[in-house]
Design a protein around this ligand. Structure first.
Ligand code: SF4
Length: 228
């Protein structure tokens, strides 16, 4: 059993770290111990873990993010520190150079081999682990929702937009009914659904997405709210 520490730097964030929630599902599926921390954990805590994953968000949070990663590198071998997420994808070379580390992942976690495991799990397709949010005091303004992707990527390729780098291929994702039911079963129902797509309106499956949402109880003219 590995002991896994998931870290989000101590910046403000409206949404919980979806990538870390998927990594939590992956490791819990292997019966590893998983804990989430926001900011710089004390050394006495870090020393109990085998591996740290640090997520990154906006590029304007670069300084606080690098400072946080350096903190963990002070106490853990660089081969056991993994950095991923939006800013890491956009500034991969800079993170590697400034921090002198190799494990900066600049893409979606479509295979666990990117994390050095040989079980070939598509971590990006795993359900979210909402339990990690109970490990921290920080409350995400939009934390109490079911988060869904119905598509990834966007085919438009607008010059000013980073989506083509973050999610280069546009595709429909796995069944949203299964995603919602699995979340409800494990974590209880939530009043709202937040659809995190870049461009759900481009999906050829849009009618089906709406029908599926209706089928699981998210219906127009009810108090439920579907945020896109
Ligand atoms: S997500 Fe929006 S801004 Fe980005 S490429 Fe697609 S349409 Fe353009």
């Amino acid at each position: 059993m590995e002991r896994i520490l998931l870290v989000e730097p101590d910046y403000k964030n409206k949404y919980p770290p979806i990538g870390l929630m998927k990594i939590a599902s992956y490791h819990r599926g292997k019966e590893d111990y998983v804990e989430f921390y926001k900011g710089k954990a004390p050394y006495t805590m870090i020393a109990k873990f085998d591996r740290v994953y640090v997520t990154t968000l906006f590029t304007f949070y670069y300084e606080i993010t690098v400072e946080t990663i350096r903190h963990y590198l002070n106490y853990m071998h660089k081969d056991n520190v993994y950095v991923g997420g939006i800013s890491a994808t956009l500034l991969q070379k800079k993170y590697k150079k400034d921090l002198k580390i190799d494990n900066v992942i600049a893409r979606q976690l479509t295979s666990s081999s990117l994390l050095g495991y040989d079980d070939a799990v598509n971590i990006d397709d795993l359900p979210l682990d909402y339990d990690i949010l109970d490990d921290i005091k920080y409350e995400y303004p939009s934390g109490d929702n079911i988060f869904l992707y119905t598509t990834r990527g966007c085919p438009r390729g607008c010059e000013f937009c980073a989506v083509s780098k973050l999610e280069p291929r546009f595709k429909d994702t796995n069944s949203i009914i299964n995603q919602i039911n699995a979340t409800r079963e494990k974590y209880g129902d939530k009043r709202n659904i937040l659809i995190m797509d870049n461009n759900v309106l481009y999906s050829k499956e849009l009618d089906k997405v709406v029908r599926d949402l209706n089928a699981v109880g998210y219906i127009n003219n009810t108090p439920n709210y579907i945020g896109v």
